[in-house]
Design a protein around this ligand. Structure first.
Ligand code: DON
Length: 573
């Protein structure tokens, strides 16, 4: 492996890294003085992610000769430091890519239930679901997959892993200036940090955080250094694994050193389908995202959305009804394909989806109580990054701890948050998880099983050439956000910035309501209410990172947008 070759080099690593250092005052990236860029127009390569420092690290790696895979790895590692609410090494994710030669790669590094997990582990003696345990503290964590995913991604990269992780090490060791949003979020979560930790952590200090404060994460730097020097084993075995297991024991968690040693990322076969002549490539189970996207886009495809118009009552209502029906299928039919036969082909077939829309009426709401999953005969906190390089490699990654700062427990001595991904299982049939999603047998807990996800990293091709690289966080609102982003670009002909920032709406079957963002027009809300819909306002739906690849006079133009709802940042050249 590349990192192996690197550490075998005769140079002392510090000399070599000093030469390669990107991060620091006066270097290419100054972590104490940086600005946020929301939209760029490039011609070669671009990175859009949830934090300016992470996008800058990814772009610097591209400039050093790395490809989109290298940039995606370096960006994720930087996010694990500068965006601790969601960037992670204690969580999991999905990487979807199209290589310059046209081949597709879907890497599943979703967390797994520990070997000691049981189906009813979150039920009390009377059989009541205890979501507080599936969402908070040690017992909420699945076995992390991110580090395995990064090394599996490195197979497609060009640069040594040590070079890709070094900026993250330096950001953790020497610190960086936190943003206003981060200061607010750390202050807001302070009580939970105190409640769910057994040892002092870098994220709690005596006075409130404010914008510009320096966050130093010495223990995380040491963990990242172990990963740099020992590869996968630097996380899944040895000191880091022992620290994780010890932390679990202090808080009644289940993950053991053996669970960690067993963890492996998996290659999956992407979902592919056609929408109005474009090829959409999505992530298959254990994500529900790719199938949901296929279902929703195919259900609306027979209707002239462009003619109805953006934010028209007609378009919004039609898309809502497609969303409702797709999510009913999610609850019944989707789970980890290694444990449950997901009837993917049927769920995405034209005939099935036509029949799903047979009871659609453009005049009124179909109550969710009248919608069940189709009969199939076939036997707040996550983060996204989109990357393209000059050779045309497209990489889209969504990665998550699940809730903000995951289970809020930092591994003592290792400096990183553990996920609370166990809550993405259906802990009891019909009991909503933290995103209101319900499920049953398909997504029940079993040892070693991956919990169902909504993450929807997505690629779009036009005439077999790169056209869109996109994805977003947002729990169950992820697939509907990507659905709307694609419709905004393809049907409503928006540029990247508008496609990302226009207000969104969301329906997920249960609860039976349309969630809308604040700026969603009042007139449309009123018309929908009159048709029988319940409308609820949500703070923000999605944080989409979008790269659109356009052609003008034979030249490529990258139209790149980082979502205006967060610190998200777009870089490129
Ligand atoms: O995998 C999932 O579907 C969830 N764990 C994602 C959580 C998420 O997007 C939170 N972000 N705001």
């Amino acid at each position: 492996m590349r990192y192996g070759l690197f550490i075998a080099s005769i140079f002392s690593s510090s000399v070599l890294f000093a030469q390669k250092s990107l991060v620091g005052p006066g270097k290419a990236i100054d972590p104490f003085h940086y600005t946020t860029v929301k939209t760029i127009s490039g011609s070669k390569a671009a990175v859009a992610s949830a934090h300016p420092l992470a996008s800058k690290v990814g772009t610097a790696i591209l400039q050093q000769g790395g490809n989109a895979f290298d940039a995606a790895i370096a960006t994720q590692l930087a996010l694990a430091v500068v965006y601790p609410a969601a960037g992670n090494i204690g969580g999991g994710g999905f990487m979807l890519a199209r290589r310059q030669n046209g081949t597709l790669v879907a890497l599943d590094y979703r967390e797994k239930a520990p070997a000691a997990a049981t189906r009813d582990m979150y039920l009390d003696a009377s059989g009541n679901a205890q979501t507080t345990l599936s969402q908070n503290g040690h017992r909420a964590s699945g076995v992390p997959g991110t580090v395995a995913g990064l090394f599996a991604t490195a197979k497609y990269g060009k640069l040594p892993f040590a070079q890709l992780i070094q900026p993250a090490i330096e950001l953790a060791l020497h610190g960086f200036a936190i943003t206003e949003r981060e200061a607010r979020s750390l202050n807001y979560t302070r009580d939970a940090f105190l409640q769910y930790n057994t040892q002092p952590i870098a994220f709690v200090k005596n006075t409130p955080w404010k914008a510009g404060d320096t966050l130093i994460q010495t223990e995380l730097a040491a963990t990242l250094t172990r990963i740099r020097d020992n590869g996968m084993k630097g996380f899944y075995e040895g000191t880091t694994a022992q620290l994780i297991a010890a932390e679990m024991q202090r808080g009644n968690g289940l993950i053991t050193t053996n669970d960690l040693k067993q963890y492996q990322a998996k290659e999956r076969t992407p979902v592919q389908f056609n929408y109005r002549g474009y090829t959409i490539i999505g992530f298959p189970p254990p994500s529900s995202g790719g199938i949901l996207l296929a279902q929703m886009l195919k259900m609306v495809a027979p209707y002239p959305l462009a003619q109805y118009g953006f934010q028209s009552v007609r378009a919004t209502q039609l898309m809502t009804e497609a969303e409702r029906r797709a999510y009913a299928d999610r609850a019944q039919h989707m789970g980890d394909p290694d444990y449950w036969k997901v009837p993917s082909n049927t769920l995405m077939s034209d005939a099935y989806l036509k029949q799903r829309m047979a009871d659609y009426s453009p005049d009124h709401a179909t109550p969710s109580s009248a919608i069940k999953a189709g009969l199939v005969k076939e036997s707040d906190e996550t983060t996204h990054l989109s990357v393209i390089d000059a050779a045309g490699n497209m990489v889209t990654v969504t990665t998550t701890l699940n809730g903000g700062y995951g289970c809020r427990t930092v591994v003592g001595g290792a400096g990183f948050f553990m996920n609370n991904e166990m809550d993405d299982f259906s802990i009891k049939p019909g009991v909503p998880n933290m995103y209101g999603a319900v499920g049953g047998e398909a997504n029940a807990i079993a040892p070693g099983k991956r919990m169902l996800s909504s993450m929807t990293p997505t690629l779009v091709l036009q005439n077999k050439q790169p056209f869109m690289v996109t994805g977003t966080p947002g729990g169950t609102t992820i697939p509907t956000s990507i659905f709307q982003t694609i419709v905004n670009v393809i049907d409503f002909k928006m540029n990247a910035t508008d496609a990302v920032n226009q207000p969104k709406f969301h329906h997920q079957w249960l609860p039976d309501e349309i969630d809308v963002e604040k700026a969603f027009p009042d007139s449309v809300r009123t018309s929908l209410t009159n048709m029988g819909y319940t409308i609820k306002e949500l703070d923000g739906i999605g944080r989409v990172e979008l790269i659109c690849i356009k052609h003008k006079n034979g030249k490529i133009i990258l139209d790149v947008a980082a979502d205006g709802r967060g610190d998200d940042d777009a870089e490129g050249f």
